[in-house]
Design a protein around this ligand. Sequence first.
Ligand code: NAP
Length: 315
Amino acid sequence: MEIYDLIIVGGGPAGLTASIYASRHKLKHLVFEGGVIGGQIALATSVENWPGDKAVRGMELANRMAEHAKSLGMQMVQKTVTEIKKDGAKGCFCLATDGEYFYAKALILATGAMHRKLGMAGEEQFLGRGVSYCATCDGPFFRGKKVAVIGGGNSALTEAVYLADIASEVTIIQRRDEFKAEAANVEKAKANPKIKFLMNSTVAEVKGDRFVKAMVVEDVNTHEKNELAIDGLFVYVGNVPASALGKMVGVATDERTYIKVDGVMRTNIPGVFACGDITGSAPQAIVAAGQGAMAAMEAYRFIKGFKEGIAVVNR
Ligand code: NAP
C-alpha cells in the first residue's frame, strides 16, 4: 500500500496552485479532479482580473495552470472522490473513488462550489433543452435567438455581455432594483444595445414543448406575472459549496456550509487543509490560487512535523 505525502482534491486554481507548490517542495502527491480541469474558471468566457493577462479565456487560463503543474510533475487522477476517512490503524487519510483506495498523510480540500439552481418550475425538465448554467458551453446554440440571464452578480453581467455577441437579444432579470456585480461589469452590460433589463423581477416558471419557448416573469413587489417568449435561459444565481467530503472527516463548516480555515488554510482537523471557493472567501481565481499556495506550504510543514507554520503572525 502506497502512502502519498499529500492528496489534493479539486483541480481548479486552488488545487492546481497547491500542486505547483507541493511539487516544488518535493511532496509525493496526487490531484483528483472528477469534472472539468480548472473548475469554474474554465467555464468563464473572459477573465479580466488575472494579473498579467488583461483578458484571457477561462479555459485557456485553466489549461495553462494545468500544464504548469504537469511540467513540475503533477499526477492527476480524473476520478471523483466519493469518500474520505481517517484510517486510524494506518495513521493516514483514506480516499475512495469507484472501487479504488488512496492513502495520504495530509489532505488539501479544494473542491470549490457548484452553481446554485433557481428552483423555478420547469428548471429540471428543460435542463439542456433551453435552461443552462454555462454560457461558454451552451451559448453557441442560441445564435440569433432570444435569451434571458437570471441574476445580478458578476457572472450574470459578464456572461450576458458574452451572450449578446451570439444571441439576437439578451434580457437580464434581477430580483432587486440594483446589481450585486462590480460597477465595471454593470457599465459594460448597460452600454450594450442588445442587452435589456428587467429589474425587481424573477422567473417563476419556464415553459415549452421539447425546448424552452417561454418564461413566466414575476414582479417581486406586485407579484404580477407575465409570460414572455424566450429560447434560452441562463441561470447565474450564485454558488453552493461542495463541502460534503470535508464533513466526512469532521471538518468544521460555517452556517453557509463553507469550510472554516485559519490564516494558513488549516481546518480544525490536523493534516486537513482547505483552499479556494470552498472556504467562502472571495470566489476569485487569484484568491483561490493564493490560498492554494498557502495550503501546500502549510501541508509541507505539517508532513515534515515542523512546530511552527509560515504565517505565525496570523494565528
Ligand atoms: P453572486 O455574486 O452570489 O450573485 C448571485 C446573484 O443572483 C445576485 O445578484 C443575487 O441577487 C441573485 N440571486 C440569488 N438567489 C436568487 C434567487 N433565488 N432568485 C433570483 N436571483 C437570485 O454569484 P455569481 O454572479 O455567480 O458570482 C459568484 C462569484 O464569482 C462572486 O463572488 C463573483 O464576484 C465572482 N465572479 C467574479 C467575476 C469578475 O469579473 N470579477 C466574474 C464572475 C464571477 P441579489 O443581488 O439580490 O443578492
